[in-house]
Ligand binder design. Structure first.
Ligand code: KG4
Length: 337
């Protein structure tokens, strides 16, 4: 089954063709980062306008790279939630028009379920159940993936997402948006104990990152006020170490509770070298299998939407022409329910 996957929830216009949920035939991503960098973050209206401009060309590109015509598509899958509402609506409306014109099923996909599905593409042997830590610019979630379309939220952030904190700290340090990757590389060789930063622990498997964000910003501002130089590698390493200490043990506890012995990591922050190394170590010690998609599949892309779309299709989760986008929605909910 050939599915066109469409992703436009934030600042990437991404379209891909996948076969049977596991094989990528094409994966075209147009990032708008250059356009938003000057503002230090995503400007929603600009994002929507750029999606409108790019989406038709990217669809043609995705089809031609896949070596198929649009008539060969069996279904259209699209991110319908969560995300920037104007940006989502561009993808949803394009998907509705395509499904109508081609007379094929329309499959709404939850963005986070797409991130989880990046692991199915990277690891053909991976099947639910497993635990997934999904960490990106907009969310930080520990998920019990009982089945492809049956997901339970075990823990989530009570305030900021981990990626938001990376981006904020990086911005104040003068690094370009989005700063996660830059902060990651500046931390190399730094002393993770160079600056004492807090680790917030709250009940259950929930996270809270706002205290760490504020404490790190205070270190930066206090140094500025006193005219002191900051040791940037030490500060970056201390910050990343604190994020790891909050994400990794909690996720391992959740994994232990389920007894699945399989952990997947997903989302843009899953590209972080320290987080990857920490999970490798912890899973090795716990005898658990670890699945981490390659960096190219960690960020937003259309292939993950086409892949998850296949499993939503098999579960009968289809939409009609009344499909709307939603800015917020938890990944345990199915569309239409
Ligand atoms: O999944 P994604 O591409 O988009 C969302 O759905 O949010 O994630 C983007 C986030 C940004 O906050 C970015 O700074 C962060 O992922 N990120 C990283 C790294 N690479 C990207 N954060 C930490 N370390 C990295 N290497």
């Amino acid at each position: 089954m050939l599915i066109l996957g469409i992703e436009s929830s934030c600042d990437e216009t991404a379209l891909a063709v996948c076969r049977d949920g596991r094989e990528i035939l094409s994966n075209c991503v147009l990032s708008q980062i250059d356009m938003h960098t000057v503002y230090g973050g995503v400007v929603p209206e600009i994002a929507s306008r750029k999606h409108v401009e790019a989406i038709g060309h990217l669809a043609d590109q995705a089809l031609s790279q896949a070596g198929i015509t649009r008539r060969e598509l069996d279904a259209i899958a699209v991110t319908a939630a969560p995300g920037l509402i104007g940006a989502l609506l561009v993808g949803v409306n394009f998907a509705k028009a395509a499904a109508l014109a081609l007379d094929v099923p329309l499959i709404p996909v939850h963005h986070i379920r797409g991130h989880i599905a990046a692991n199915y593409i990277a690891f053909p042997e991976l099947e639910p159940p497993f635990v997934c830590l999904s960490v990106s610019g907009g969310n930080s979630l520990i998920l019990d993936v009982r089945d492809y379309t049956e997901i339970r939220v075990m823990g989530s952030t009570r305030d900021d997402a981990a990626g938001e904190c990376f981006d904020k700290i990086a911005r104040v340090l003068g690094m370009p948006y989005p700063g996660g990757a830059a902060l990651d590389s500046r931390s190399v060789g730094g002393d993770p104990n160079g600056y004492p930063l807090p680790r917030t622990k709250i009940s259950g498997y929930d996270f809270s990152f706002s205290g760490l964000k504020t404490a790190t910003l205070n270190v930066i501002h206090n140094a500025g006020q006193r005219g002191e130089d900051l040791n940037i590698p030490d500060l970056c390493a201390s910050f990343v170490s604190a994020v790891c200490d909050m994400l990794v043990p909690r996720t391992m506890e959740a994994l232990g509770e389920t007894g699945y012995g399989k952990l997947a990591v997903a989302g843009g922050v899953a590209a972080n070298s320290h987080i990857r190394a920490a999970f490798q170590k912890q899973c090795g010690e716990a005898g658990a299998r670890l699945f981490m998609p390659p960096l190219s599949l960690c960020g937003d892309n259309g292939a993950m939407i086409a892949c998850q779309g296949y499993y939503e299709y098999l579960a009968g989760h289809l939409a009609d022409q009344s499909l709307n986008a939603a800015a917020t929605m938890t990944p345990d909910r199915n569309f239409g329910k």
